[in-house]
Design a protein around this ligand. Structure first.
Ligand SMILES: [Zn+2]
Length: 403
């Protein structure tokens, strides 16, 4: 055999192994016979693969009463609680670290201020924080990976950052550097895109394969899930919904253009609009309150005219941008994340109406708009990245080889 053929044999083994693991993950407890039937693999292959997975502690056998009665049948189920990962969110000004077990339980969490600094100091500090966090755990850990998510643009295939809004990380081979320093596989992704995947695995879009998540906070981002996967291009991010122009006369955006969705509906933009109207003398109960998203949303829900005006305009712009996504991707569900979801009962019907005016009827009919499940868990995207690496075989293979 040539080297290429040997590599192919390894790849086929990895693909088959991942297919078996995915079936056990999604349908377990499941019998070997059923796995062979659904995967179209030979019974002997299934036996061999499941033996390896059992030896690595990734799955286990369980006996249960067969539905037909009689002898107890043996089925297989995944073992996820025994494996751990560290999910790191490198935000604009802070660093969040979370220790998860693979079944999604949060075991420990830390938040640190993360000041602006030069590239070398930043990398040293990042590595030191993760390393201290791991060393500080007093439990027995079986760490399998580190995941790093962030705003901006990433290249998941090469493990690099393309653009981070706060830190000079462009073109740094971040996954490789962290792996060398910490001795674990490292997966990198954009925070909103990976949250969309987390919603698909564990949250509000578990029941469908195609969904769009839009997150409105400091910036405006989106994640598209098609057929259960993050829609992306050669590992690079797509769906920069925040930079769709919704108002040609709008404010200048940090990207250099004018009237981007982000400049019209991000939290700071909404609060600025409310502040401007207050200055102009519009009556509102917000005059006597701190200008926060929570107060703006509550005032709108209570019928405050100024607050309603601001949010109604935001809904129009959001609907305009989302209608483009609906026309392009025909999702089964739209998810919204961000503090403005506090006014969901007011906002969501308006967004739905705007989408209906600007997209194909058969695409927007019965299209639910719902709140994202993970509104405050900023590290959840990292858990999804690791889960994906396991289901698609890459991490599965590394765990098997390390045993
Ligand atoms: Zn822009």
């Amino acid at each position: 055999m040539t080297r290429g053929q040997i590599a192919n044999v390894d790849l086929i083994k990895q693909v088959n192994c991942a297919a078996v693991y995915r079936l056990i993950d999604s349908q377990g407890p499941i019998s070997r016979v059923k796995i062979a039937e659904l995967s179209h693999l030979a019974a002997a292959s299934v036996t061999k693969i499941t033996r390896t997975l059992i030896e690595c502690g990734l799955i286990r056998e369980m006996a249960h009463q067969a539905s037909t009665g009689g002898r107890r049948a043996i089925s297989l189920t995944t073992v996820t609680h025994a494996f751990h990962l560290v999910s790191v969110k490198l935000g604009r000004e802070e660093l969040q670290l979370c220790l998860y077990s693979l079944d999604g339980q949060v075991l420990a969490r830390q938040i640190h201020d993360f000041p602006h600094q030069d590239r070398t100091a930043l990398l040293d500090s990042l590595i030191a924080h993760i390393s201290d966090f791991i060393d500080g755990q007093r439990r027995e850990l079986t760490l399998v990976a580190i995941a790093l998510t962030m705003p901006g643009l990433t290249d998941a295939v090469h493990g690099q950052v393309i653009y981070h809004p706060s830190f000079p990380l462009a073109d740094v081979p971040l996954a490789r550097l962290l792996k060398e320093a910490l001795g674990l596989p490292v997966f990198i992704g954009n925070d909103v895109r990976t949250q969309a995947l987390a919603e698909h695995y564990f949250g509000a879009s578990r029941d469908c394969l195609d969904s769009v998540l839009i997150s409105v906070r400091h910036g405006v981002g989106a994640g598209i899930i098609t057929e259960g996967r993050i829609f992306r291009s050669l590992g690079r991010d797509v769906a920069e919904i925040g930079h769709i122009r919704v108002d040609a006369l709008g404010d200048r955006c940090h990207c250099g253009n004018f009237g981007c969705l982000e400049t019209m509906v991000a939290d700071a933009a909404l609060l600025k609009q409310a502040g401007r109207m207050l200055e102009q003398g519009f009556d509102s109960r917000l005059k006597n309150q701190p200008l926060t998203m929570a107060n703006l949303c509550q005032a709108a829900l209570d019928g405050d005219r100024l607050a309603r005006d601001v949010l109604e305009r935001a809904a129009e712009y959001l609907g305009q941008a989302l209608a483009i996504m609906v026309n392009l991707f025909n999702p089964q569900k739209i998810l919204l994340a961000g503090e403005l979801c506090a006014a969901d009962s007011l906002l969501f019907p308006l967004i739905g109406r705007a989408i209906a005016h600007q997209s194909l009827p058969s695409f927007h009919q019965d299209l639910p708009i719902v709140k994202a499940h993970f509104q405050d868990e900023q590290t959840i995207g990292g858990l999804a990245l690791v889960k994906r690496a396991l289901l698609e075989g890459e991490l599965l293979q590394l765990i098997i080889e390390s045993r």
